[in-house]
Design a protein around this ligand. Sequence first.
Ligand SMILES: [Zn+2]
Length: 450
Amino acid sequence: MTAPDAVLCGRMLIGGTLRYAEAGIADGRICELGGHVGGGERIELGMSMTVLPGFVDPHVHLRDPGMKWKEDFSTGTTAAVCGGVTAVLDMPNTSPPVTGIGALRDKKRAVAGRAYCDYGLFAALSPGCPVSLLAPYVCGFKLFMGSTTGNILLDDDAEIAQLMSEVSAVGRPVSVHAEDDSRIAHGVEEACCQDHLRNRPVEAELSALRRLSRFKDANRINICHCTTAEQIAAAKGLGFSTEVALHHVLFDAQRYTSALYKVNPPIRDPASRNALRAAFLAGEADMVGTDHAPHTLEEKSGEFDAAPAGIPGVETTVPILMDWAASGEVPLAQVSRMASLRPAEYFGLNKGAIEVGRDADFAIFDMRKSVLIDQSRLHSKAGYSPYGGMRAVFPDTVIIRGAVQVREGEPCGDPVGKDQFARLRGRLLRGCRAEGGMPKRVRHVLPVPA
Ligand SMILES: [Zn+2]
């Protein structure tokens, strides 16, 4: 057994229950776990602290490369770690879009050494996309069935079927933006979120599910940003995984009308939102994905019709859920399962649980410290948040593979983030393996608690 460099001691969520434990850390992984772990420097956390596995966000848009005025890998991953997220999976509708080997290689090179948390990159399914070549180097594939930012729409059933069979052969998951484009009213002017909702009805999502049903036995399909309880039930009935974003749980088009809340698929009516919230709290969805989609305040402040769709959320989602957990609205173990364990397991990351052999990723909270979200203190380039003023419990300390990335709520680490899907050597990856510095060992950087 490897002797630990450091031993983290405190109240930890292990196997769904909170209990006192000691976690030995060596070479960035948890090497030992128990009531007493010897060797290494002991880091004793007070009993007011709650230690959770780091969170895994299966759905972000960090806009890098190509739209770096909205966000970039450094700012987006800094926002992530400040929100307790230790790994993000980035969508392929960057510019140029990731639809081939060249674009993937260029994106890997462009972001290498600039991430403050670990990450994986998606490739987009598009006609002629070299699925088997891309597969080893991506966390999964993204299928855009409805038009949205980036225009990598794939709407032809024959083309979808061809690509799905290729993905099935390589065994990788497909995250789907499941809105049937033919059910979306294009070119109809919109002045508010209710107009946007009218043009993108729930039926577009249900229709997309029906078209995907033929792939239920051959493919692993994850339905992104489910907006209704009905859609979650329908997707689960087909054996698909389901992902929910907090904006659909919290906002409705009747009350939140401005372009700040414009997003695809749209926020729905109050009754649908309430039903989604009930389903979410009951644990009916598999995963939480923030769908962090930053735009500048200027872009979001113009005319509704011209404003881009998307809402930032990578820094605020987990802290809002932690506030709900602190007030007993949702079980802590459920939050951890939906926002950490399940996304990690679904996409094949060695994260998501405090377990021997897993990455030493921890998000440590003082659950008594509920605050109001101050937009000016967030780290995304977006510079605004529709969650401003809501209650949240931000992490005190965040550790990624033994390196402290957040201390006393402030980012403090180096860009240690590693591409989690760069493990195979080959031509594609030459020059793409600069993954930031070696993580600092926890003993060098963790504060000695009072
Ligand atoms: Zn998205």
